[in-house]
Design a protein around this ligand. Structure first.
Ligand code: FAD
Length: 349
């Protein structure tokens, strides 16, 4: 069993892997060029879901990950960092909503239609409900920063070392094998190096001649000051993505690729849905989604670099705890989960 492991990145992926590695008895050092959850994980929407899975295999992984997320917040004693109200989703084109529901229920997911009256009963404060939406019960919204803080604290309590402000600039090799990292303070050696550098992974790995093609995508999140409970579900529609955390904050998300949306316009969209509720912006966040080019996770040992383990994915808040558990099992005990077999980095070589 490898004993000494370096994890690059203290986002939800790196923090989850580090925590699970400490549970397995490894000596873990987590290096982050900034601070835990200062990257994408601190600037994310945090819908915990199995909704947007293009294939049956990916659905299986995401579905298992939703259950794992529930387990981990319980295990860490931070149940408040997730709210499990389910989700309500729809598209601007009702035919797409119908196709989506068929896709989800075809994979065995409990995803049922609700009409406008049923929607209004589920979400009485939400103005202008759609004629038809898809209702799922298992999903939720999270406070990903709080989950990362708890994962890192639990890892450190089990002997892990966290080095914030420590950027990895390169990899040490012994022949093909990766045997450590180069950082500003100096060289650090390990039996295994885990790269969980989020959207920066492609550039960092290129320096080690490891190919991880990514098509990252920006997003903006508006976090409101706490308001009284007005929303039970995660809402994901063409014109609004929103959920309310247990701390009362509304989280409004928007994906963009052609120019930054106007935050004032987004806020107006949110206010229009909750008439009579005074919504004040507390924080505007800009995040970069780490997206492997084929849109599926990348987890495992890349070609030509034994000793290195990659973990990069979009939907990483949902998938983080599950990837952490599976990655640790593989690194420490050689357990190769079938859930990960479609997502090996060797597919890019
Ligand atoms: C707007 C938006 C909405 C999203 N919505 C959802 C959603 O609803 N549900 C969902 O599941 N996912 C969602 N995601 C995706 C999810 O947030 C990410 O997949 C996840 O946060 C990625 O976590 P990570 O740990 O891989 O990356 P990060 O959180 O970016 O962590 C990587 C860490 O590595 C560090 N690092 C980078 N390079 C180096 C280096 N050279 N040396 C040392 N440290 C380094 C960084 O400082 C950073 O802390 C969303 C993302 C965005 C931007």
């Amino acid at each position: 069993m490898p004993e000494k492991i370096i994890v690059i990145g203290a986002g939800i992926i790196g923090a989850s892997i580090a925590y699970q590695l400490t549970l397995g008895g490894a000596e873990v050092t987590v290096l982050d060029q900034a601070t835990p959850a200062s990257g994408t994980t601190g600037n994310t929407f945090s819908w915990i879901n199995a909704n947007s899975a293009a294939t049956a295999e990916y659905f299986k992984l995401r579905h298992a990950a939703v259950a794992e997320f529930r387990d981990i917040v319980g295990q860490l004693g931070v149940e408040d960092a997730a709210r499990w109200g389910g989700s309500l989703t729809w598209h601007s084109d009702p035919a797409e909503t119908t196709a989506e529901q068929a896709h989800l229920s075809g994979m065995g997911y409990e995803a049922n239609f609700v009409d406008a009256a049923q929607f209004a009963a589920l979400e009485p404060a939400f103005a202008d409900p759609p004629e038809r939406a898809i209702h799922t019960r298992e999903e939720g919204g999270a406070n990903a920063e709080a989950v990362v803080a708890a994962l890192i604290a639990a890892a450190v309590a089990r002997g892990a070392t966290l080095m914030s402000g420590c950027a990895v600039t390169g990899f040490l090799r012994n022949g093909e094998r990766v045997v450590g990292v180069q950082t500003a303070p100096g060289e650090m050696r390990a039996d295994v190096v885990v790269c969980a550098a989020g959207p920066q992974a492609e550039a960092l790995l290129a320096g080690a001649d490891v190919r991880l093609p990514m098509a990252n995508k920006a997003g903006i999140i508006i976090q409101s000051a706490p308001v009284t409970p007005v929303l039970n579900h995660v809402i994901w529609a063409h014109d609004i993505h929103i959920h309310q955390r247990n701390d009362g904050r509304l989280i409004l998300g928007e994906i963009y690729s052609d120019g930054l949306p106007d935050p004032a316009e987004l806020l107006a969209r949110m206010r229009a849905r909750f008439k009579g509720v005074e919504i004040v912006t507390e924080r505007i966040m800009h995040g970069v989604r780490p997206i492997p080019v084929d849109k599926f996770p990348v987890v495992g040992v890349p070609h030509g670099a034994p000793g290195l383990f990659l973990a990069s994915t979009h939907s990483g808040v949902t998938l983080g705890p599950m990837i952490g558990k599976l990655a640790a099992g593989e690194i420490l005990r050689g357990e190769m989960s079938p859930l990960l077999s479609p997502y090996r980095p060797t597919r890019f070589n």
